[in-house]
Design a protein around this ligand. Structure first.
Ligand SMILES: *Cc1c(COP(=O)(O)O)cnc(C)c1O
Length: 311
């Protein structure tokens, strides 16, 4: 099996002090701009849509969605049309994420928050399917059962790459976490770091996505106190820590997903959460395309994020 992304050992004084080995699974470099976990989640969805003879894929997302961005690109690559139901006003179409999605041929349909909230409602989905009969409908974030095998490949790759005790991953809609749980077969400690507030409901959402035998696995946990204020929210201090970490290690973590997982990992290591001698893997899920949008919104400073200028 082809290994999509390398692992890299991170050298950091905190890790030697606490006698843990920390590696990053570099899914952020699977593709120069597409988020690694979205790429993996879409792989089997695209195969499925093609097998069933659909002409395109319809999905949902916010105005800076890594998922819509990845879907637009993947659709163009696989000659599938793409339609996005986007939360918010049409003015968002000029932002870096959506303008790029448009260049890849994605059609955007803007809806208000109230309509967007119906995105998992069966009646609304039936109506959409009637309106777009040639489109396979994929939920927000790409998190459905077809996403699981694509993400599961992370575990297959890791098992060939190293021996490890714990794997950390950021959790938004839960599809990535579910794919890891299903593939890991109760072998490692899996820690999901929720990037949004009041995220306990995600435990059930993750369990629902799991195939039957995996529903009873007890090797995973959702950590819910590192959301940093809520989805898309982050403090200046968090940003400073990510920049300092970048200067120390050369690795780039953005503040919405992967950075929250990194900061959680650093905090847990400081607290002595991991046994001395443990090997910990951080799954870098990507999301770096979002940095440009955060700069455009003046929430990050371009000079501190050179990656945004290089794409
Ligand atoms: C979407 C996303 C996540 C969260 O994945 P889910 O499967 O929705 O939980 C994590 N990291 C990045 C960079 C993402 O884009």
């Amino acid at each position: 099996m082809k290994i999509l992304s390398p692992i890299e050992k991170i050298i950091h004084p905190l890790f030697s002090q606490h006698q843990v080995s920390v590696y990053v699974k570099r899914d952020e470099i699977i593709h120069p701009i597409i988020s690694g976990n979205k790429w993996r989640k879409l792989a089997s969805n695209i195969e499925y849509a093609k097998q069933l003879g659909f002409k395109g894929i319809l999905s949902f997302g916010g105005a800076y969605s890594n998922h819509l961005h990845a879907l637009a690109y993947a659709g163009q690559l696989h000659q599938l049309s793409t339609i996005a139901i986007v939360r918010g006003e049409p003015a968002y179409q000029s932002n870096p994420t959506l303008s790029q999605a448009i260049t890849w041929g994605m059609e955007l349909k803007f809806v208000d928050r109230k309509t967007y909230r119906l995105r998992d409602d069966p009646a609304y989905l039936t109506e959409l399917q009637q309106r777009y009969p040639d489109y396979y409908i994929v939920p927000e974030g790409g998190s459905n059962q077809h996403a699981l095998p694509g993400v599961g490949a992370v575990i297959t790759e890791l098992n060939q790459q190293l021996e490890f005790d714990s794997l950390l991953v950021p959790v938004g809609s839960g599809g990535t976490m579910a794919g890891l749980i299903a593939a890991d077969n109760n072998q490692h400690q899996l820690l999901g770091v929720a990037v949004l507030k009041q995220a306990d409901y995600l435990k059930q959402q993750i369990t629902e996505l799991l195939p039957k035998p995996a529903k009873t696995f007890n090797n995973w946990q959702l950590v819910t106190d590192f959301h940093g204020g809520g989805y898309g929210k982050f403090s200046q201090q968090a940003v400073n820590e990510l920049i300092a970490f970048n200067q120390q290690t050369g690795l780039i973590f953005e503040p919405v997903y992967s950075g929250k997982m990194l900061l959680a990992a650093l905090a847990l290591i400081r607290q002595g959460y991991f046994k001395s001698g443990s090997t910990i893997v951080l799954l870098h899920t990507g999301g770096l395309q979002g940095i440009k949008g955060l700069i455009a919104q003046k929430r990050l400073i371009a000079a501190q994020w050179p990656i945004a200028n290089s794409q």
